[in-house]
Design a protein around this ligand. Structure first.
Ligand code: SF4
Length: 346
């Protein structure tokens, strides 16, 4: 059954194609939006949406906006701005935020059943009431970490997995998150990002501040042994395998070291070439289709770069978790190493 969604409904679920049609029906496009008198208002709302996404905490609630259209357009523009900064973690934050927000409205407002069915249908989610084929179930839950969603912990009858209404909603949230994440970054012409350069700087600042908040100042003394070993090898000009360079670069980038600082670390290698190293570093930290992440301990082990494993390693499964734990136990503020300091030290 075809249903007609009001503007306020679409503001709750702005990823629905009807919401994007509303924008088009008002004659707005990326090429023309900056020429409208409201463009500043729209962009500011998009930046605030991204800020909320970056600072999202479990349990957040949302209210209906006085201007549903602003909610819809800020969703679209937020995706554009985040796409322009090429930051995988920012993409993840925005996708999670939008999924949580949609789930909130779905549950808090107890959406009428027609709207709920419509959303499930639009996102290609089976809604049979109480069960889902196990093949589809595995597809949707493969990115969920909760033990309760593991197939071995589910009732499986004649190839169907039994689900409660609440669980169905949680699977919908995951479906939204993954769909939005897969779309980011949007494939945009470079000129579009140039048009929004002022807003993009604000968005970059939001995520840079979040990194500082999450990891604090860069502290070499808190590095896990593997990273310390790779770092020492790099600054003393020793050869690093591709996986070693990759792990070190992604780690340093994630904890907030600036690109020039990272390039400086590799500058003592006998084969150092600033153009090649800059290209490689930039490619690793931002040029991949959706960026790259620091490898887990299991991957580091597979690549033979889990150097110096110690007792603390038994408590974690990722070098970044090691660093975070160490930082939490540290109250000292140590000066952030820059590329210059690294040069002086060699
Ligand atoms: S266990 Fe993990 S954190 Fe520890 S040295 Fe190996 S890769 Fe690094």
């Amino acid at each position: 059954m075809k249903i007609r969604l009001e503007l306020q409904d679409l503001a709750h679920y702005p990823f629905l194609k009807e919401a994007q049609e509303v924008i088009a029906s008002r004659g707005l496009s990326l090429a023309t939006i900056t020429r409208t008198p409201e463009s500043r208002l729209y962009l500011q709302a998009a930046i605030e949406r991204i800020r909320e996404a970056a600072l999202y905490k479990k349990g957040q609630t949302w209210m209906d906006s006085e201007d549903p259209f602003l909610d819809i357009i800020s969703y679209g523009l937020a995706r554009v701005l985040v796409s322009c900064i090429h930051n995988r973690s920012a993409n993840g934050s925005l996708a999670r935020y939008e999924a949580e927000r949609a789930l909130y409205f779905l549950q808090a407002i107890e959406e009428n059943e027609n709207i709920r069915r419509h959303i499930f249908r639009e996102l290609d989610m089976p809604l049979s009431g109480k069960e889902m084929s196990f093949v589809r179930y595995i597809e949707i839950t493969q990115t969920l970490r909760e033990e309760s969603f593991r197939l071995v912990n589910r009732d499986l009858i004649h190839g169907m997995v039994t689900l409660s209404g609440e669980e169905e909603n949680l699977l919908l949230r995951e479906r939204i998150r993954i769909l939005l994440l897969e779309q980011l970054p949007l494939d945009l012409p470079e000129t579009i990002c140039e048009t929004f350069s002022e807003s993009i700087s604000e968005v970059q600042k939001i995520f840079a501040e979040r990194t500082v908040e999450e990891y604090g100042e860069v502290e070499e003394s808190r590095f896990p042994p593997c990273i310390q070993s790779l770092y020492d090898a790099a600054v003393s000009g020793k050869y690093l395998t591709h996986s070693g360079r990759f792990a070190l670069t992604t780690f340093l980038h994630t904890i907030g070291m600036e690109t020039t600082g990272i390039i400086g670390i590799f500058s003592q290698g006998s084969d150092f070439n600033i153009d090649v190293t800059s290209y490689q570093v930039n490619h690793i930290i931002s040029q991949g289709n959706d960026g790259y992440t620091t490898p887990s301990c299991a991957t580091m082990m597979t690549h033979g770069i889990c150097f110096g494993k110690n007792a603390k390693c038994k408590l974690i499964s990722h070098p970044l978790s090691y660093y975070r734990k160490e930082k939490k136990g540290s109250s000292k503020t140590v000066k952030k190493p820059s590329g210059d300091e690294i040069h002086k030290g060699m």
